[in-house]
Design a protein around this ligand. Sequence first.
Ligand SMILES: *[C@@H]1O[C@H](CO)[C@@H](O)[C@H](O)[C@H]1NC(C)=O
Ligand SMILES: *[C@@H]1O[C@H](CO)[C@@H](O)[C@H](O)[C@H]1NC(C)=O
Ligand SMILES: *[C@@H]1O[C@H](CO)[C@@H](O)[C@H](O)[C@H]1NC(C)=O
Length: 250
Amino acid sequence: MENTLRYILLVTCSLCAIHSSFMDSSWSTKKHPEWKKLILTHHWPVTVCKMAEQKCQEIPNYWTLHGLWTDRSQMCNNSWHFDYDEIKDMLADMNKWWPDVLHPNGSQLWKHEWQKHGTCAATLPCLNTQHKYFSKGLALYASVNLNSALEKFGIKPANTYKVEEIENAVLNVYGVVAKIQCLPPQQGEDVQILGQIEICFTKDFNLQNCTVEPEDELLLTKKTNMKWRVSYEELHVCDKLLNTYYPPVQ
Ligand SMILES: *[C@@H]1O[C@H](CO)[C@@H](O)[C@H](O)[C@H]1NC(C)=O
Ligand SMILES: *[C@@H]1O[C@H](CO)[C@@H](O)[C@H](O)[C@H]1NC(C)=O
Ligand SMILES: *[C@@H]1O[C@H](CO)[C@@H](O)[C@H](O)[C@H]1NC(C)=O
């Protein structure tokens, strides 16, 4: 499974690998440190709605795509505006797999993701248009297929787990360590709520561990946190000692 996945990802974007090092040297600036890792971020819609304290209509019963991020840099080109028309041919897939959970029209989320992350990812030739960026996000999401990976290991909504169980399921299927984030326990409770799962890739789209290197930790703390409607700052790496609740769609 793991090898098949790697193979697919390699074949679909082998061109990127060849050109990426060349592109880096001409694109990267001091203001935006060279990024090293792509992060495919999945979120659990029930938790997203809970965080926004919003009654959502028709909550998807599967992990949806939050974004395709780069580590180390954000907001790399403020003059490169989001263009809804560029992704018109993918709207059906975007709405299904990369929806704005809080709003029926996903364009606010996509605009945010493009400005904050896409403009940085665009240093790779195979991500250097909005169409390429969003379609690559969808393609990675489909090949990773996190939903079936979790199911295969019996990780199902309405149950409580130790975060290691979820981490091990991911490790078993993909051979890499994911970053798993939770909403900390609400007052008077002792259970954290599963919210986000990040799967990491190298610049040539091979899976890699999501472990944070010390130098990156420093950069992360310096970053200005731009808030979206949902405050994702409320999510933390899940506490290994606490129980983790995987809330069901009501
Ligand atoms: C930023 O985006 C604009 C609009 O696409 C483009 O013309 C410009 O070259 C980009 N700047 C950099 C530094 O990539
Ligand atoms: C969603 O919003 C965009 C940008 O505001 C708009 O162009 C588009 O028509 C909207 N789509 C739907 C289905 O309402
Ligand atoms: C990723 O982490 C796992 C578990 O800690 C380890 O066995 C593996 O060697 C790591 N892989 C890489 C490429 O560092």
